[in-house]
Design a protein around this ligand. Structure first.
Ligand SMILES: [Mg+2]
Length: 246
């Protein structure tokens, strides 16, 4: 559980795969080592339609990878193929200068995320990560889900304590603005929980937001997010001004 500290202008919660990275690292493993793109998309459509839980679908996808590669082989493959959003490093450094925490909420596996971040941001990065774990044994590995929800990791549960604490702040006290950045089905649980949701152009989260009337702002990369977060933090616009689909 992330430490609830509201003494900031804003808090940015963000997905990792496909949001901070250009390609989803789990999708990469499934498409190239596991059962492949077509079967992954078939399961993805079932998840989006509500006929399959994210937890069960994602477990099936990763179980098609684990017989072929160890965890450390997977890590090495990802380190040589996965790139960071070109705007993320600048955005993260700007957030540090503004004392704006960036908290990663991921359905991926923490050791892989940490390895990618260290490579992409340098060994001193200290972003908070709430993600799933991995169980490894001689000759195999398996994802260990963060909680018992049908998401495997219900991202809304990390955000709710922040919302509740903010709701109890006295009137007149400066309150942090909450942002969320995401791209896909693993973000559905968090989509309604923040003041402004950034949804990546061309990805599944937008379809969900349109179907469910959830306000969002489209982004192509983190330079778009930085522009909007800046304008809200500086008081030029409100989160509601920035959101579309209202
Ligand atoms: Mg994602």
């Amino acid at each position: 559980m992330a430490t609830v500290d509201l003494n900031h202008k804003a808090i940015v919660f963000t997905d990792f795969d496909g949001t901070i990275t250009l390609t989803d690292s789990n999708d990469y493993l499934v498409d190239n080592i596991g059962f492949g793109y077509t079967q992954r998309r078939t399961l993805g459509a079932e998840i989006l339609a509500g006929r399959l839980s994210f937890r069960d679908g994602f477990h099936a996808m990763l179980s098609s990878v684990s017989p072929h590669k160890t965890m450390s082989e997977c890590r090495d493959i990802l380190l040589s193929h996965i790139q960071l959003d070109p705007g993320f490093k600048v955005f993260y450094e700007w957030c540090q200068t503004q004392d704006i925490p960036v908290i990663i909420l991921s359905s991926g596996m923490e050791p892989l995320i940490r390895a990618l971040l260290e490579k992409l941001l340098g060994p001193d990065e200290k972003i908070e990560i709430l993600a799933n774990g991995v169980k490894e044994w001689e000759g195999g590995w398996e994802i260990v889900f963060h909680d018992e929800s049908h998401f495997g990791h219900d991202k809304s549960r990390a955000i709710k304590p922040f919302k509740e604490a903010r709701g109890k702040l006295a009137e007149g006290v400066e309150k942090p603005v909450f942002f969320y950045c995401g791209d896909g089905v693993s973000d559905l649980s968090a989509a309604r929980e923040t003041d402004l949701l950034f949804a990546k152009a061309g990805h599944d989260l937008i379809k969900y937001c349109q179907a469910e009337n959830v306000p969002y702002k489209v982004f192509d990369d983190f330079s778009d997010i930085m522009r909007d977060v800046k304008s809200v933090v500086e008081g030029v616009k409100t989160a509601a001004d920035v959101a579309e689909n209202r």
